[in-house]
Design a protein around this ligand. Structure first.
Ligand SMILES: Nc1ncnc2c1ncn2[C@@H]1O[C@H](COP(=O)(O)OP(=O)(O)OP(=O)(O)O)[C@@H](O)[C@H]1O
Ligand SMILES: Nc1nc2c(c(=O)[nH]1)N=C(CO)CN2
Ligand SMILES: [Mg+2]
Length: 244
């Protein structure tokens, strides 16, 4: 999605949630400063390194943290040759993948997933797409330098060495990112959307799943709408396992 079209989505997101653009920009500036010092990857470097590591492919699997995630991971392990796919996990989904002994190639996160698992994934080789927004300034400040192999993103106008490929929640941003990496096939696992969250998305809930609160429900509606935009506008075959 080009930045002008994203700007219309972004305005709607700001209005819907009452987020302030200046807050997003402040955290974006912070992330950019930290990465300038710590080191970062440009999109070209990211592409070259990840493709070299995994083997050039235009097949991707994006993992979200919905209720079907575990079942979908097991299904994929049994029925797909995962070595042929670039595996991209959205934040909390990383925990479920590690539980199933799968290390994602890429993690898209705003750093509010289970930190020990995000760090483990990074130490096992996962590349990180770290997102700055108005509600994660402290997390960015505290944790960014604990990671390496980082590409930084913002949902506002890109500053410095940060990118904006479109997308809002970790899951749909992961999808826009794989489109940017040239995906022609994008399989979606654990992308239920709806009104049920899992312990992978909300580690503090009792049990495996629980009701999404109002804000989470609205975020998931945006995530699904953004997926629909990709289906309608990008040259990529989308296979959502939830539909099969
Ligand atoms: N039912 C679902 N519950 C949670 N996440 C889902 C669901 N369906 C799809 N997803 C996708 O999985 C992604 C990863 O979930 P996670 O809750 O870790 O992300 P998040 O974007 O940081 O959310 P939040 O801002 O609410 O903390 C979400 O961003 C969303 O796009
Ligand atoms: N300002 C702001 N931006 C966000 C937020 C959030 O809580 N606040 N949550 C996101 C992940 O779903 C993505 N972007
Ligand atoms: Mg997150």
């Amino acid at each position: 999605m080009d930045i002008n079209e994203w700007e219309e989505w972004y305005e709607e997101i700001l209005n819907t949630f009452g987020f302030r653009r200046e807050d997003d920009e402040k955290t974006a500036d912070l992330l950019d400063e930290i990465l300038a010092d710590h080191g970062f990857l440009t999109i070209d470097e990211f592409y070259d390194e990840i493709m070299l590591k995994k083997g050039y492919t235009d097949k991707f699997i994006v993992f979200g943290a919905g209720p079907s995630l575990k079942e979908h991971i097991r299904f994929l392990k049994e029925n797909y040759d995962l070595s042929k796919y670039m595996l991209v996990s959205a934040d909390g989904a990383t925990t479920a993948l590690l539980e199933e002994d799968v290390v994602p190639d890429i993690v898209a996160t705003d750093l509010d997933g289970k930190m020990s698992d995000l760090l483990t994934a990074n130490s096992l080789g996962s590349y990180f797409v770290i997102h700055a927004h108005g509600n994660n300034e402290e997390l960015i400040d505290l944790w960014t330098t604990s990671f390496n192999k980082i590409l930084g993103t913002t949902q506002s106008v890109p500053v410095g060495n940060l990118y904006n490929f479109g997308g809002f929640t970790d899951g749909d941003r992961a999808m826009f990112f794989v489109v940017e990496l040239g995906a022609k096939e994008m399989v979606l696992a654990g992308m239920d959307f709806g009104t049920v969250v899992t312990k992978y998305s909300r580690p503090n809930i009792e049990g495996e799943t629980g009701p999404a609160d109002e804000i989470k429900t609205k975020k998931l509606i945006f995530a699904e709408r953004l997926l629909n935009w990709i289906r309608e506008n990008e040259d990529v075959e989308v296979i959502n396992l939830i539909d099969s």
